[in-house]
Design a protein around this ligand. Structure first.
Ligand code: C2E
Ligand code: CA
Ligand code: CA
Length: 556
């Protein structure tokens, strides 16, 4: 294929001369100044192999052009030859500083020009080739192996040492993107290079070790198998080093360990296993490494199979609403219900405790929440159409759904669409959702309340900030989960009871009704009435039930 040379020169005669010299061998493009040249270069249709530029031109002169050129990585491999009539060394040095590859002098000597152009093109091709070779093996940022090379080398090492036991370590920085946004990308890159240096040091200490950068902040190591104590030592070594490296930030490393036991497992799968194990750390400072076990693999598989089944389940209406009644404690009268989702698969029922956390992780929960809200609105509409005067029902809002910027409109639009009075449609929001992003939630809650929805604070008392939260936001009803209290008869029961009594008193001061949920025992009921709790929900009174069953209980 013919190479393309770009001539940047304002003087028409010079351009024509250069054209005549080069057009037999190359395809030639022309620009009258630096600006035009950049436009031609940036056009992906023009694949330019070399540039010849004049220095003195209108609009954008040769120096300005070189300056832009040398700071644009996409031009890094396109050689530039400066054509000059000046022969002072000062301007030559300046050009070289800006990345010029060579010079040609005016008046033009055709032979010299042809040679110089040919030479720079060949040189740039050689660089490109070398760079490619390098990039096929090494990570350009840190200079250590990339994953493919790691896999090759590790395969070889395992083969050559059949009697040795090995382990694969997957190492990364907890919330590296936070570090990046605090200190900037450049510092982030520096930290990665520092980690690569530490791996080099580690490799110098022992024999038989391979390592690489897998991607972003993730590194992999294959080394002789070590016991828990040794692994902890490695992690301590990293943590101590990080404390010195960056005093203003707690850099936390997470590591997953996979022991190579079965040679039929491929290295990429081993890496995956180690990575899964490292996910178990979840930013824990004390347990900052985890060892891969079959259970970890299984639970991940389970999660994946749940996700893959979700779409179909939605279409086939495998998700059904159950209702758990709530009672007034004074007269044991039914006063409403909470909507709880159930997943009825052909293989049996999956409990929300299993699939809700999975859907929260991958965001599908937003879809599911919306589905539940819409079904609930339809249900209320159906009751009203049948002339029933229903009690309010409450739906759950996942903390993830609160990130949806349209949540207020969506809920409002649903109740308008089904003509449901907002006082019949209550919203349960967990306390932890509020602590996630207080400002936006506060606003959303206020707007919902302005539309007439009542907001229940779910799982009150389960987090650390319960009382603080109450100070900041206005909720309409507190739900206090008895599950978070000490079991009856246990050592801490008295303390628990005193907390419950005080929460109820405090709530009364704030005019907030309290629903105690998870009430299972008679003694709990007695205690709750003795301290003036108004509402209860729990197995002692009724379990979550299908809609038809609830209708019988509530409306007849
Ligand atoms: P939650 O909102 O705190 O719901 C109360 C849970 O406690 C329900 O579990 C309920 O069946 C259970 N429960 C009620 N009374 C008792 C009792 O006396 N003893 C015991 N041990 N448990 C009792 P479920 O239905 O398994 O739901 C678990 C969690 O899953 C819910 O906790 C909620 O966070 C979530 N969830 C359920 N349905 C939905 C939904 O439609 N949307 C969203 N976003 N989350 C839901
Ligand atoms: Ca709830
Ligand atoms: Ca709850």
């Amino acid at each position: 294929m013919e190479n393309t040379v770009l001539i940047v020169e304002d003087n028409e005669i010079n351009r024509a001369l250069l054209m005549t010299i080069l057009e037999d061998t190359y395809q030639v493009l022309e620009a009258e100044n630096g600006q035009e040249a950049l436009e031609i270069l940036r056009n992906p249709k023009n694949s330019v192999s070399a540039v010849i530029t004049d220095l003195i031109m209108p609009e954008m002169d040769g120096y300005q052009f070189l300056e832009v050129y040398s700071s644009s990585p996409e031009f890094a491999n396109i050689p530039v030859i400066v054509s000059t009539s000046q022969s002072d060394s000062e301007s030559e040095v300046k050009c070289l500083e800006y990345g010029a590859w060579d010079f040609i002098k005016k008046p033009y000597n055709a032979q010299i020009i042809r040679f110089r152009v040919k030479n720079v093109i060949e040189r740039s091709e050689l660089y490109a080739l070398r760079k490619l070779r390098y990039q096929e093996q090494f990570d350009t940022l840190t200079g250590i192996y990339i994953q493919n090379m790691f896999i090759n080398r590790t395969k070889k090492m395992l083969k050559e040492n059949p009697d040795k036991d090995f382990m694969i370590l997957h190492f990364d920085i907890y919330q590296f993107q936070v570090y990046n946004s605090v200190f900037g990308r450049r510092e982030g890159d520096k930290l990665l290079c520092h980690i690569a240096d530490m791996l080099r040091k580690m490799a110098e200490c022992g024999t038989c070790m391979t390592y690489c950068r897998i991607e972003a902040d993730a590194f992999c190591i294959c080394a002789p198998a070590a016991d828990n104590e040794m692994i902890q030592n490695i992690m301590d070594w990293f943590q101590k080093d990080f404390q010195v490296y960056q005093r203003d930030y707690n850099i936390l490393a997470n590591m997953g360990v996979y022991y190579v036991e079965d040679n039929t497992v491929s290295i990429p799968v081993m890496i995956d296993h180690a990575k899964l194990a490292s996910k178990e750390c979840k930013g824990n400072y004390i347990q900052n490494y985890h060892i891969y076990t079959e259970e970890i693999g299984k639970s991940i598989q389970e999660a994946q199979s749940i996700v893959s089944k979700m779409e179909r389940a939605m279409k086939e209406e495998q998700f059904v609403l159950y209702l758990q009644p709530k009672y007034g404690l004074a007269k044991y009268k039914l006063r409403g219900a909470e909507v709880l989702i159930r997943w009825l698969t052909p293989e049996g029922m999956v409990s929300p405790g299993k699939f809700i956390p999975v859907f929260e992780k991958n965001g599908l929960i937003m879809k599911l929440d919306y589905y539940v809200w819409e079904q609930s609105c339809k249900l209320i509409r159906n009751w009203l159409d049948r002339g029933i005067k229903p009690f309010p029902i409450s739906v759950n809002i996942s903390r993830v759904s609160m990130y949806n910027p349209r949540i207020v409109e969506e809920i409002h639009e649903l109740t308008v669409k089904y003509d449901v009075p907002p006082e019949l449609f209550q919203l349960e929001l967990t306390e932890s959702a509020y602590t996630d992003n207080p400002e936006s939630i506060k606003k959303a809650m206020q707007q919902l309340q302005e539309y007439g929805f009542k907001i229940l604070m779910d799982d009150f008392g389960s987090g650390y900030s319960s009382l603080n939260v109450l100070k900041d936001i206005s909720v309409d009803i507190l739900k206090m989960d008895m599950k978070f209290m000490a079991a009856p008869g246990s050592e801490n029961q008295r303390r628990s009871e005193s907390i419950v009594a005080n929460v109820i008193r405090l709530a009364k001061d704030l005019d907030l009704p309290v629903i105690a949920e998870g009430v299972e025992e008679k003694e709990q009921v007695e205690f709750l009435s003795s301290v003036g709790c108004e509402y209860v929900q729990g197995y002692y009174f009724a379990r979550p039930m299908p809609v038809a069953e609830y209708e019988k209980l509530a409306f007849t």
